[in-house]
Write a protein of this length. Structure first.
Length: 141
C-alpha cells in the first residue's frame, strides 16, 4: 500500500538535497547512532528500515516485488504498515547522508514523533498509532 508514495517521497528527498531547495526542510532523513535503523520522511509519512531485519520476520507473501522484511511506514493518522514487498531500497538509499538522531532525542514532523533510545526507535502519529523497532524485536501499535 505505501510502496509507491514512499518511493516518491525518497525521490523528492534526493532531489531536494541535490538542489538545496526549501523542500529540504519538509523532506529528509535520520538514522540511529548504531546506523542499524534509517528513516526517510516527507509528505505526511515516514518510512523506516532496519538493516538487521524486523523481528519476528514477516512471512514472505511477495509475488511481483522483492521481499524486504526490513521496513515499516507510518502516516499522520492510521496504523503503521509493514512494507513487506519492495521494488526500491527505500530509506536505505539515504543512510550515507542521514544525520544521526542521538539516543534520548526525538524528531517531530507532520504530526509524527520518533524517539531514539538505546533500546530501539519508537515512532507514533497524532492518532496514537505507531511502531517500535530494534535488533531484538519490532511491533506495531
Amino acid at each position: 500500500m505505501y510502496r509507491f508514495p514512499l518511493a516518491l517521497v525518497l525521490a523528492s528527498i534526493a532531489a531536494a538535497a541535490a538542489l538545496g531547495t526549501a523542500h529540504a526542510a519538509r523532506y529528509g532523513s535520520f538514522k540511529t547512532p548504531s546506523g542499524n535503523i534509517v528513516c526517510g520522511y516527507g509528505g505526511g509519512s515516514i518510512g523506516c528500515g532496519i538493516e538487521s531485519g524486523l523481528r519476528p520476520a514477516p512471512r514472505n507473501t511477495c509475488t511481483d516485488l522483492d521481499y524486504s522484511g526490513k521496513r515499516l511506514s507510518l502516516r499522520t493518522t492510521g496504523r503503521a504498515v509493514i512494507d513487506l514487498c519492495a521494488g526500491d531500497p527505500g530509506p536505505f538509499l539515504l543512510v550515507d547522508k542521514a544525520p544521526v538522531l542521538g539516543y534520548g532525542s526525538s524528531w517531530r514532523g507532520g504530526g509524527i514523533t520518533c524517539t531514539s533510545r538505546r533500546a530501539g526507535l519508537t515512532c507514533k502519529n497524532r492518532s496514537g498509532h505507531g511502531f517500535f523497532m530494534s535488533r531484538a524485536h519490532s511491533y506495531r501499535f
